[in-house]
Design a protein around this ligand. Structure first.
Ligand SMILES: Cc1ncc(COP(=O)(O)O)c(C=O)c1O
Length: 429
């Protein structure tokens, strides 16, 4: 193990063990998932699908892929599972390609309201090749269904996304279904963030209401980086040819050979998610998020918290991310609904509990961590973002350096290193 890479991996291990990982889209996979992901299955080419490959030697790969598909269908209650998307964004591109022609109208929640890039954001394929129409959240930060209905009636979308990436509330899929039915649109749930919560029964399942589901496998589901496209009974009724259309969108549409090591690791993660202990995990993720949110003066109905920092000053997201990082807490800066500054210098942070919960932390630990977060955030007061755009880049550079040298943050960093090291990270010995 002489490669420089292994030394760097060891360095990253230290970061993962001694810090508090609170980016809500991240998690720690099990040792078995890591084993499958690092296996010799990466050596094989398997373009195509089980029993219909362009290459020979795929008997075992077929078995693995079919096994992963079966596990996914059983776990989510769907009729078909495509487990080949390389990741969430290509899965969403393939799902869109399967049901839309270029130029068709696709609706999704705006990025600034907690939606994902692939649901119709500027510069994404979803607005370059399709006509994107975005719905938003209201002043209460919840989806504005009146606006969604009016936009759907006006623009007659071919497809409506229901899925979020920075939204702390539960989703009522029945409301989306009613609106999709008014205009005959495909309703597609992107459950990337909440798939683990759905499996654990902590968030309602979209299966009864939507036609297709996409999900990443590496967030609350605790699998390797990857994704799946699932077809519900409704989806098949809407178009009995949908399976073939999804497969065609994957290859030759978008991808080449599947990542078989990734498929195998997804299967291992799905096996793990099928066990009763996973339900307990998902329940704890949500309990932890609710407690953490309360301590920070807000609410969470799922696994994540969106925190406005307007009480600390103007445009404080970057500064907060830097202060928390210096203290050993990893979060990400995030826009808040009605963002007063800009997507690059947003006014909030997004944080969550999936990874901490995988280390066995519970409510008691959340209260302790909330205390550190509040202490660290006090250190950003007075560092308001300059109003002049040109001054911002340099200002942030200086703030980062200041936070690294801040004695209070250094002290918290030490406390956190000691605290975090007591909670084992799955997959790291
Ligand atoms: C809702 C949602 N969909 C899709 C994706 C894209 O996944 P990936 O980063 O694997 O492309 C994300 C990632 O954050 C997401 O939150």
């Amino acid at each position: 193990m002489s490669s420089k890479v292994f030394k760097l991996i060891d360095k990253e291990k230290v970061r993962q063990v001694t810090g508090l990982e609170m980016i809500p889209s991240e998690n720690y996979v099990s040792e078995d998932v890591l084993k499958a992901l690092g296996s010799i299955l990466t050596n094989k080419y398997s373009e195509g699908f089980p029993h219909a490959r362009y290459y020979g030697g795929n008997e075992v790969i077929d078995e693995i892929e079919i096994y992963a598909q079966d596990l996914a269908n059983k776990l989510f209650g769907t009729k078909f599972a495509c487990v080949q998307p390389y990741s969430g964004s290509p899965a969403n591109f393939a799902a869109t390609m399967a049901v839309c022609n270029p130029g068709d109208v696709v609706m999704g929640l705006a990025l600034s309201s907690g939606g994902h890039l692939t649901h119709g954001a500027n510069l994404s394929f979803s607005s370059i090749f399709y006509k994107a129409v975005n719905y938003t959240v209201g002043k209460d930060w919840q989806i504005n269904f009146a606006e969604l209905e009016a936009l759907a009636k006006k623009h007659k979308p071919k497809m409506i996304w229901v899925g979020t990436t920075a939204y702390p509330f539960k989703l009522d899929y029945s409301k989306f279904r009613k609106i999709a039915d008014l205009v005959g649109a495909w309703l597609v749930a992107d459950i990337s963030h909440i798939s683990g919560l759905i499996v654990g029964g902590v968030h309602p399942s979209p299966v009864k209401y939507v036609d297709l589901i996409t999900t990443t496998t590496h967030k609350t589901l605790r699998g390797p980086r990857g994704a799946m496209i699932l077809v519900t009974e409704r989806g098949y009724k809407k178009d009995p040819e949908i399976k073939g259309k999804i497969e065609k969108a994957i290859i030759p549409g978008l991808q080449g050979g599947p990542h078989n090591h990734q498929t195998a690791a997804i299967a291992v993660a799905l096996e793990e998610a099928s066990k009763p202990v996973f339900k307990k995990y998902a329940e704890q993720v949500a309990k932890n998020a609710a407690v953490l949110a309360k301590e920070l003066g807000t609410v969470s109905e799922n696994h994540l918290i969106l925190l406005s920092l307007n009480d600390y000053g103007f445009g404080m997201g970057y500064q907060a991310q830097a202060a928390l990082e210096a203290a050993g807490i990893t979060v990400n800066k995030n826009t808040i609904p009605g963002e007063p500054v800009s997507p690059f210098y947003p006014s909030g942070i997004r944080l969550g509990t999936p990874a901490l919960t995988s280390r066995g932390m519970k409510e008691k630990e959340m209260i302790k961590i909330a205390g550190w977060i509040k202490e660290a955030l006090e250190e950003i007061r007075g560092y308001d973002l300059p109003k002049e755009q040109e001054a911002r880049k340099e200002f942030i550079k200086k703030v980062k350096a200041k936070m690294k040298e801040n004695p209070k943050l250094k002290k918290i960093r030490k406390e956190i290193s000691k605290f975090a090291s007591k909670y084992p990270v799955p997959g790291i010995k």
